[in-house]
Design a binder for this molecule. Structure first.
Ligand code: MG
Ligand code: MG
Length: 252
């Protein structure tokens, strides 16, 4: 069931989104060669608490999972797409790091992610990151009343195809609000004009995930998902409200 949010609720979500945007900016600066991903997790945890919000991912346990998530941040390196658990791994020059974080603010969840290159990355890595970020912008542009989820998915997949990349299989964006994951699923592929009609008051996390190789994934021991062929991946995400004036990015 899709839960629509009032303008007041969207206003509260925008407050939380500003906090999350600041946290991600801080993480982007802190992510350098020689830094352990668990150090970045500590940066995220402290920054969220300092801002008066709560980490959304810490102890989060999706239906069917045996354990809650052990960290504030997902830090996924190179072929790992999402859910990388921060560890003692020291970032290296050339790594492609995905930073995915969430906060809870006044009862509402916000979710956002970005990909950063550590030091000097390959031309292919740059192209992949640019494509995924461009796809997020293109997807957001479709997030308007009267358009559909298929329009968003189509716009995202088109950018992947145009650049010779794949949309990662089996992982999607989602509705978000009083729960971190709400209906509907927001797919990174679709048919123009098909699927759920977008309505004022819907709030969704749009999150293109691209792979340089094929899109197939496998689950690793820590519960993260990596490209099965070991190819590089990129991920960008914003929480976006659909308003009468068009898309409103809440996590900028
Ligand atoms: Mg996320
Ligand atoms: Mg998400």
């Amino acid at each position: 069931m899709i839960t629509l949010k009032t303008p007041e609720e969207i206003g509260i979500m925008a407050e939380g989104g500003r906090i999350l945007g600041d946290v991600l900016r801080e993480l982007k600066i802190a992510a350098r060669a020689g830094v352990a991903t668990k150090e970045l997790d500590a940066v995220a945890y402290k920054a969220i608490l300092r801002a008066g919000a709560k980490p959304a991912f810490l102890h989060y346990r999706p239906a069917g999972a045996a354990h809650g998530y052990p960290a504030t941040l997902c830090a996924s390196v190179n072929d790992v797409v999402v859910h990388g658990v921060p560890s003692g791994y020291l970032l290296q020059d050339g790594d492609v790091l995905k930073l995915d974080c969430g906060v809870r603010h006044k009862g509402f969840f916000l979710d956002a992610a970005l990909t950063v290159g550590i030091g000097s990355v390959s031309g292919q890595a740059k192209k992949l990151m640019t494509a995924a970020e461009t796809a997020l912008t293109a997807g957001i542009k479709e997030a308007q009343p009267g358009k559909t989820l298929g329009d968003i998915g189509f716009a995202v997949a088109r950018i992947a195809k145009k650049n010779g990349f794949s949309v990662v299989d089996g992982l999607t964006g989602h509705g978000i609000g009083r729960a971190l994951h709400e209906d509907p699923y927001v797919c990174n592929f679709g048919v123009r004009g098909a699927g759920e009609l977008l309505r004022e008051g819907m709030v969704i996390a749009i999150e293109p995930m691209f792979a340089a190789g094929a899109g197939a994934i496998r689950e690793l021991k820590d519960g993260s998902y990596a490209a099965r062929d070991g190819s590089l991946t990129a991920h960008f995400e914003h929480t976006v409200a659909i308003t009468e004036n068009g898309p409103r990015i809440l996590t900028e």
